[in-house]
Design a protein around this ligand. Structure first.
Ligand SMILES: Cc1ncc(COP(=O)(O)O)c(C=O)c1O
Length: 461
C-alpha cells in the first residue's frame, strides 16, 4: 500500500472508528492487512507476532486451512438462518458435540453472539428458573459474584463484574450484587499459604451463602483464572470448593469459561484442571463459552445448561414459561461450521493431531520452559501460567509485592517496547498477558521467550 493511502487509513481509523477500551485522543493502533499463523502483517508490510491471540480468542493461529475450508464449504450452502423457528444441521451438530464433550448433565445449549450475552443468558435463565420451577422460590433474585470478576460489558454483566475502573461511571445503572473476595493466589491474606488462603476464601463464600442463600439465584465465577482482573489465579481447590458449597446450599453455579475454555489451557474446560489430583467432579449448572469457540474466527458464544433448568421452562404456551430472549445471529451456521472444525482439531480428527488437546498440553510444557527464566528478572513479581495462558505481573518491590505507581503505566511501556521488537501484547494495568496460539511452533515459543528477555531489559534499564 502506498504511503498516502496508508496515512489516510490511519487518519480514518483514529477519527471515525471508535475502538474498544481505548482513549481515542491518544489512539495509534496497528492496521492489519493480513495474517498467517501467529504473524500479523500491517498495511506497511511490517510483521508482528500476535502475542495476545487477538484478545484471547484466536486459538490455533490465523488462516488455519481446516477452519478456512469448513467456512468455504458452509458458504456454499448458506451463511445465516435465524434460530427463531428454524435451524441448520451444522448448528445442531455443534450443540450435540458440545453437550457430549461437556458431559456432567450439561445437555442443552443456547447460542448467542458474544461472551457477555452468554453470561447474561445464564443469569436470566437462573433467575427465571427459580420463579417457575415446580415449587417456585421467587425470593431468589440475587447473584453472588467474585471480587474483581469480569463477565462482559452489558449492563447485566457489568453489574456482576467487579473491576472498578470499568464500573464506576455506570454505577447508577447497575443492580446490587453480593460480592465475595477475589480468590487471589498471589496476593493472599498476609502470612497464609495457598491452601490456607483457599480455605479462607471459601469460608467467606460459605458465610455469604449462609447469610443470603434463600435469596440467591446463582453464584458466578470465572474458572481458575480471572482474566480482566489481571490474570488472577485462584488457589488450587477453590473452584471445586465453591462448586461443593453451591450444591450444599442449593444455589446454581454459573462458570464463565469464555476466556479459558475451548482448549486454551490444555483441557476443553479450564475447570477440569481442578478435578485432577483425585478431587471430585465439578457439576456446574451453566457453562458459558465464547472467544475460542470458533477458533477466533467468528462471533459466537454458547450457554450450556442441564435438564433441571430446561425442564423448568417446559409447559403450555399460556403457562408463560418460555425464555423470552434471543440474538439475531444466535446459532449462526457459518460460525457453527467454524466451531465444528475447532472441535475436530481439538479432538485430533483434523490437522494430524498437531492441534489436539494432547498437543496443546505438550506445548504448554515448552511454554513453561520458555517463560521460567523471566521470573528472575527485576520487577517481575509473579509469573502465572495455565496451559497456553500466561501473564507477568510487574511490581515496584518483589518481597512486599508493592504495586507500581499507576502513572508510570509500566505494563503499557512493556507492550510499547515489545511492539518495537515485533511482538504485539496488550496490557492489563501492570499485568501483561502472553497468549500465543495454542499450536505455536517451538521456534515461535522460543522467539517469544528471547524477545521478552530483550524487552524487559530495555524497560528495566
Ligand atoms: C471471562 C470473560 N467473560 C466474558 C467476557 C466477555 O466476552 P465478550 O467480549 O465476547 O462479550 C470476557 C471477555 O474478555 C471474559 O474474559
Amino acid at each position: 500500500m502506498d504511503t498516502g493511502q496508508a496515512a489516510r487509513l490511519r487518519e480514518l481509523d483514529r477519527t471515525v472508528v471508535w475502538h474498544a477500551f481505548s482513549q481515542m485522543s491518544e489512539y495509534d493502533g496497528l492496521i492489519i492487512e493480513e495474517a498467517q499463523g501467529s504473524w500479523l502483517t500491517d498495511i506497511h508490510g511490517k510483521r508482528y507476532f500476535d502475542g495476545a491471540s487477538s484478545l484471547w480468542c484466536n486459538l490455533f493461529g490465523h488462516r488455519v486451512p481446516q477452519i478456512d475450508q469448513a467456512l468455504i464449504e458452509q458458504l456454499g450452502k448458506v451463511a445465516h438462518v435465524t434460530n427463531l423457528g428454524m435451524s441448520h444441521p451444522v448448528t445442531i451438530r455443534l450443540a450435540e458435540r458440545l453437550t457430549k464433550l461437556a458431559g456432567r448433565g450439561l445437555e442443552h445449549v443456547f447460542f448467542s453472539g458474544d461472551g457477555a450475552s452468554a453470561v447474561e443468558v445464564a443469569m436470566k435463565l437462573a433467575f427465571q428458573y427459580w420463579q417457575q420451577k415446580q415449587v417456585p422460590e421467587p425470593n431468589r433474585k440475587k447473584f453472588i459474584a467474585l471480587g474483581n470478576a469480569y463477565h462482559g460489558d452489558t449492563i447485566g454483566t457489568v453489574s456482576v463484574s467487579g473491576v472498578s475502573l470499568f464500573q464506576e461511571t455506570f454505577e447508577p445503572l447497575l443492580f446490587d450484587v453480593i460480592r465475595g473476595p477475589c480468590p487471589d493466589n498471589y496476593r493472599r491474606p498476609p502470612g497464609m499459604s495457598s491452601t490456607e488462603a483457599c480455605a479462607c476464601y471459601l469460608e467467606a463464600y460459605e458465610s455469604l451463602l449462609i447469610a443470603h442463600g434463600p435469596n440467591v439465584a446463582a453464584v458466578l465465577a470465572e474458572s481458575c483464572i480471572q482474566g480482566a482482573a489481571g490474570f488472577v489465579m485462584q488457589p488450587r481447590g477453590f473452584l471445586v470448593g465453591l462448586a461443593k458449597l453451591c450444591k450444599k446450599h442449593d444455589v446454581l453455579l454459573i462458570l464463565d469459561e469464555i476466556a479459558v475454555g475451548m482448549g486454551r489451557t490444555g483441557r476443553l474446560f479450564a475447570f477440569e484442571h481442578e478435578e485432577s489430583e483425585g478431587r471430585e467432579e465439578i457439576r456446574p449448572d451453566f457453562v458459558c463459552l465464547g472467544k475460542g469457540l470458533t477458533g477466533g474466527y467468528l462471533a459466537m458464544s454458547a450457554t450450556l445448561t442441564t435438564r433441571r433448568i430446561w425442564d423448568a421452562f417446559l409447559g403450555r404456551f399460556e403457562d408463560h414459561k418460555t425464555f423470552y430472549h434471543g440474538h439475531t445471529y444466535g446459532g449462526n451456521p457459518l460460525a457453527a461450521a467454524a466451531g465444528n472444525a475447532v472441535l475436530d482439531l481439538l479432538e485430533g480428527r483434523l490437522g494430524d493431531g498437531c492441534y489436539s488437546l494432547k498437543a496443546i498440553e505438550a506445548n504448554s510444557v515448552r511454554f513453561t520452559q520458555v517463560l521460567e527464566p523471566l521470573r528472575e528478572l527485576t520487577n517481575v513479581g509473579d509469573l502465572r501460567q495455565l496451559g497456553m495462558m500466561a501473564a507477568i505481573e510487574w511490581v515496584a518491590d518483589k518481597p512486599s509485592k508493592a504495586r507500581m505507581e499507576r502513572s508510570v503505566r509500566f505494563g503499557k511501556r512493556v507492550c510499547d517496547k515489545a511492539l518495537e521488537r515485533g511482538l504485539w501484547l496488550r496490557p492489563l494495568g501492570d499485568v501483561v498477558p502472553i497468549l500465543p496460539a495454542v499450536a505455536s511452533s517451538p521456534e515461535d515459543l522460543d522467539w517469544i521467550g528471547k524477545t521478552l528477555q530483550k524487552v524487559l531489559h530495555d524497560v528495566v534499564l
